[in-house]
Design a protein around this ligand. Sequence first.
Ligand SMILES: Cc1cc2nc3c(=O)[nH]c(=O)nc-3n(C[C@H](O)[C@H](O)[C@H](O)COP(=O)(O)OP(=O)(O)OC[C@H]3O[C@@H](n4cnc5c(N)ncnc54)[C@H](O)[C@@H]3O)c2cc1C
Length: 444
Amino acid sequence: MYDPYISRALSRNQPDVASYWQSITPPGKHFDALQTDISCDVLVIGGGYTGLNCAYELANTHQRNVVLVDALQPGWGCSGRNGGFVLRGTGRLGLSQLVTKFGLDTARLFHQEYGEAIARVNQLIVAGNIDCQQQPVGYYKIAHKAGMAADLARQATFLQQQFGYQAQYLDTRQLQQQVVRHRQAHAALSFPDCYGLNPLALAHGYARMASEAGATLYGQTPVNRLKRRNGVFEVATPEGIITAKKLVLATNAYTAKGLYPALNNSCLPVLSSVIVTEPLNSTQLQQLNWQQNSIMMDTRTLKYYYRLLPDNRILFGGRGAITGKAAANPIYAQRLLAALKRCFGGLEQLTYQYQWSGWVGVSFDDLPRVCSPEPDLFYAAGYCGSGLSYSTLAGKRLAQLVAGQPLPALPIYQSTLPRFPMSAFRRQGQQLYYHWGRFKDHFL
Ligand SMILES: Cc1cc2nc3c(=O)[nH]c(=O)nc-3n(C[C@H](O)[C@H](O)[C@H](O)COP(=O)(O)OP(=O)(O)OC[C@H]3O[C@@H](n4cnc5c(N)ncnc54)[C@H](O)[C@@H]3O)c2cc1C
């Protein structure tokens, strides 16, 4: 599997993602490769939610002549292969940590921004008439051990009192009766505006909207090299050179070493892995009593996330291998299946039918950035595995930055991603973090 930590470039000869989403989603519009030299006002590299939303906004709201290229097809990266959890937030810092770091007023601004991200996803789905199988709202953070229950109860009070956000605490009995019969859940915190959808259908919808708004999209067009000449960017692709006044990097965790090293060194690509089971039969479903296809994530350091899909399969995700080379090793899917069976009873015979993984971009300080590291060059990256809703808004923020408009007064819009200290040893650090996480989740 392509590994941005070691590869100098992303080629267009990548295998298809054999995901559940690929199997159930009608093909999106196919975008041909660029085959000649062209010029534009703004070039967006990367056709995930970030790039597609940036291109859409630039064409639709700012009337820019914008071109977007993806090395494969739009949605090939994380955006077409994620869990489909529309969550409130990004990065890895909760609101209480944001209060400690930046103060209550700034944390409230973050909370507002996160709410706007979900609202934007919802608005675009309506505006673009995107059929992405939105499920009813219902997201539960699950206390994986008894000691976390009091913590969730405190979080509920904190969110209600400081942010006016109606998160609700559920004790074990309420959770078992109202949400799902779960063997490892000691309490839960419910978030009233989060839900699950089909992420690939969403990516296809965003691509169509960007194209219809006037952006020109090319697939199978990897950028191999960028340089500045005479005040403009000259960007080399296999069959054409693109000359652009401004450049947006929306390549996130898929940024190869050789494309823009400053971004590659500030964004650790980490594999998130997913299995999707065969459909549950009626006895299994009855036993689980999983309500409303709600989505869940636990309080572990090395988290598991899961949802019941509309066709009664369970999607179960968590940490994957460390390197691209090891990504396809079945041991990771088997571990996920074993963890699933520890959570839910009566599924001893259940097997998985789909397994895949993708690279999420983790930043050194657990926060993303939307920024301009040098004149006329922009990027948004580092969502730390929680980027479905936020990347949709980040694309709009990028477009505003390109157009010279002010952004909300948030720290993530005021600096670039910090470089990892000793960035050549990021993977060794990740390995140590996984050991520590496993120890903490079991014993502390
Ligand atoms: C398994 C998995 C599960 C996840 N589940 C969730 C979830 O449930 N909820 C949630 O909020 N987040 C989730 N995430 C994270 C979320 O999917 C991402 O944060 C989000 O999709 C990032 O979007 P993006 O546009 O920034 O990047 P991407 O979607 O990764 O897009 C980057 C694009 O850049 C292109 N590219 C890279 N280099 C080049 C180049 N040189 N030339 C041309 N194109 C290039 C790639 O082909 C790719 O299409 C998950 C991620 C994974 C992997």
